[in-house]
Ligand binder design. Structure first.
Ligand code: DGL
Length: 265
């Protein structure tokens, strides 16, 4: 794909509805673009997969988008950013934006001493956030906690069930002794759970990195001369299983005005 092509599409992917938290912010900033979104629901949750499995999955998704005239792919997923970006970043002829690496700089300048990160087991085991942020700011003390059940709570719309509340409270309690001044929601599904997390830890600030990420994407596309200023703006959603469930889960966060197309990669 020609990198000077302003009319190419901007594609997003995640294991499900989590990436919509990023998509929504980017759409606000770039209203004239054509967007694609792929929710890889058949492979959800990514956070419990191995690096080898995730690289295979991400490669298939990049190949799928490569055939659709994209100028950029947004990894609206922390887990694949942590586990696959380094391996795949030079294999494609379009821009690739990984969430963790794109927001690390702004997170490293937070005027605080103690930072928490909630993320999937794969992201936490990779220490991608701590490594990227401490490289820029070694004195920031970072506590990382894995939250294995949280993605399914969102995808299976079980937010108000007692068992879900318990699973969220348990992880928050694990974080409490470290007393972070701010906590990064290091999985794009977690902003759906913000109000519940807040209930168990009102004194801390929860950071949803998607606004910073969207700003980074806009600035980089602008600097690269890739912004579409004359388009009509469109969107198309794909999922790898159960489009109806995707519609229901996404309703917790935003209204989609089309049912996603089912595709097999
Ligand atoms: N929402 C993704 C992330 O940011 C993936 C979650 C999952 O499927 O485990 O990590």
């Amino acid at each position: 794909m020609d990198k000077s092509n302003t009319t190419g599409k901007i594609a997003f992917f995640d294991s499900g509805v989590g990436g919509l938290t990023v998509y929504k912010e980017v759409k606000k900033l770039l209203p004239y673009e054509d967007f694609l979104y792929f929710g890889d629901t058949i492979n959800m949750p990514y956070g419990e997969k191995t690096q080898e499995e995730l690289i295979k999955i991400a490669r298939k998704i990049f190949d799928f988008f490569a055939a659709k005239d994209v100028k950029a792919v947004v990894m609206a997923c922390n887990t694949t950013s942590a586990m696959t970006y380094e391996t795949l970043k030079d294999d494609y002829d379009f821009k690739i934006y990984p969430i963790i690496q794109s927001v690390a700089k702004v997170m490293s300048t937070l005027p605080i001493e103690r930072l928490g990160v909630f993320a999937t087991p794969a992201t936490i085991n990779s220490h991608a956030y701590a490594k990227a942020i401490n490289k820029l700011n070694p004195s920031l003390k970072i506590t990382e906690i894995a939250c294995p059940a949280w993605v399914r709570i969102v995808e299976e719309h079980r937010l108000n069930q007692p068992q879900s509340l318990m699973q969220i409270k348990e992880r928050v309690n694990e974080m409490l002794p470290y007393n972070p001044q701010k906590i990064i929601l290091g999985c794009t599904h977690y902003p759906y759970l913000k109000d519940i997390i807040k209930q168990f830890y009102p004194e801390t600030d929860l950071i949803d990195p998607s606004k910073h990420f969207a700003q980074y994407i806009k600035e980089d596309l602008t600097a690269s001369g890739l912004i579409n200023t004359a388009g009509k703006g469109s969107e198309h959603f794909y999922v790898s299983s159960n489009p109806e469930n995707f519609m229901t889960a996404s309703k917790l966060f935003c209204e989609l005005n089309q049912t996603p197309e089912l595709v097999t990669l």
